[in-house]
Design a protein around this ligand. Structure first.
Ligand code: UDP
Length: 415
């Protein structure tokens, strides 16, 4: 069997207060018809990045409503993850040649994983390109009893043709596919069932509960950040699409008029992202020893509580992404009533309403202008933060996400 990721149990009833009776009752009604269904999620890492973050909540919530949900991770060596990161980048629009060696290695690792993959499920959700071809490699694919779903989390708006054309025949074998937005779907996709489901955050997780003021102050002190001075924050992997150098440029521009500004960048190094260290080094060199730039990561003990504390202490949160499937970090910050200044790309267009709960920006100059404006006008920042919190409550909590999956399971069974 593929390695199983242990998850802490969760209780759907605990979410009534935050999500409302109507949503919980509808979840329980739909779950009734799916009682005992065996569900497997398969992805490529248990640590770092948005997919792992989602599964730590979605899997136990599915179990809490009577399904038997499990989470497995695929096996792969460093060469495989280097190749899948290149696929990821090509699917987000980078001009990268997809060579036959890359394809062969990818298919061979997916084939090895297929032979370790159990068959006895009612629903299998395969996340992102890394394990996508695993289903094609299953020997008894034609006689299995469950429904297989491919879940795309990346921003494929500008997918490079070679990469998409390589992958699409493998996607088309699935019973269904889930994308965050319609604009992520490319030509030649012919899965029988398609759904558009945005991701979500868990309002009850350590990441989204605001630590007490005293804990926040301790955390600021531990990392040398002065909480009495303005903080501009980005929480992201070190990745070209998160534009860490553009973020530093933006900070420098704002700092011209806000001399006491600090930039905090919290990053987590994901197991399936071999580019992390390379981009960390680039950003570190670019920061050029500026004592007001703090590049922090899970390697220095920045975990859920620390991220939450920095989100709570920040005056403005940035997400200077150039592509983004859906920035969980954007939603996490909005939940903490922070205005977010974010790249007008991909899933961020669903998350941020320009001028209402944050600002959508196209370049560094625009980002700097909006950050300055928010620093100069705390009342505007507060009003936008409240609007953001309300938007997340209505649209982007785990309960809505679970409901969407249950609806999709019913549709697949009807088909
Ligand atoms: N994250 C974290 N610690 C960090 C940096 C990021 O826990 O130092 C989390 C972040 O809070 C979010 C996830 O990693 O929940 C990143 O998800 P997102 O969708 O924003 O980006 P992805 O990494 O999937 O592209």
């Amino acid at each position: 069997m593929l390695p199983l990721v242990p998850v802490q149990p969760k209780n759907i009833e605990h979410y009534r207060g935050v999500a409302g009776d109507e949503v919980i009752d509808e979840i329980l009604r739909l779950a009734e018809g799916l009682k005992g269904a065996r569900v497997a999620h398969i992805n490529s890492t248990a640590h770092g990045g948005g997919v792992a973050e989602l599964l730590y909540t979605l899997v136990p919530l599915m179990s809490s409503v009577g399904l038997q949900a499990e989470w497995h991770i695929m096996n792969g060596d460093p060469d495989f993850f280097t190749i899948t990161k290149l696929f990821h980048n090509a699917l987000q629009g980078m001009d990268i040649p997809v060579t036959s060696e890359m394809k062969m290695k990818y298919l061979s690792v997916c084939g090895e994983n297929a032979s370790d993959c159990g068959q006895d499920y009612d629903f299998v959700i395969v996340h992102d390109p890394q394990p996508c071809a695993l289903f094609a490699a299953m020997k008894d694919r034609a006689i299995r009893r469950g429904k297989w779903i491919w879940r795309c989390h990346i921003d494929s708006t500008f997918a490079q043709d070679d990469a998409w054309e390589f992958l699409v025949p493998y996607i088309n074998l699935y019973d269904g596919a889930v994308f965050t937005m319609q604009s992520f779907v490319k030509s030649q996709l012919e899965v029988p069932c398609l759904a558009f489901i945005p991701p979500s955050i868990d309002p009850l997780s350590a990441k989204n509960i605001i630590p007490e003021k005293r804990v926040q102050s301790d955390i600021a002190r531990r990392y040398g950040v002065d909480e009495t001075r303005p903080i501009m924050l980005q929480v992201s992997r070190f990745d070209p699409w998160k534009d860490p150098l553009g973020l530093v440029d933006c900070y420098r521009e704002v700092k011209r008029n806000h001399r006491d500004l600090q930039l905090v960048y919290c990053a987590s190094m994901a197991d399936d992202d071999p580019e992390g260290w390379h981009y960390y080094e680039k950003t570190f060199n670019y920061a050029d020893g500026d004592p007001d730039i703090f590049l922090l990561s899970n390697q220095q003990g920045v975990g859920n509580v620390e991220v939450s504390a920095f989100q709570a202490m920040a005056d403005v949160v940035l997400q200077k992404s150039l592509r983004e499937g859906f920035g969980l970090t954007v939603t996490e910050a909005m939940w903490k009533r922070k205005p977010v200044v974010a790249g007008a790309v991909g899933g961020i267009l669903l998350q941020v309403d320009d001028g209402v709960n944050g600002f959508l920006i196209d370049d560094i100059g625009e980002a700097a202008e909006k950050v300055s404006m928010l620093l100069d006008s705390p009342a505007t920042a507060q009003r936008m933060g409240e609007a953001g919190h309300d938007k997340v409550r209505r649209n982007f909590l785990s309960t809505r996400h679970l409901l969407d999956y249950l609806r999709f399971f019913h549709i697949l069974l009807r088909n």
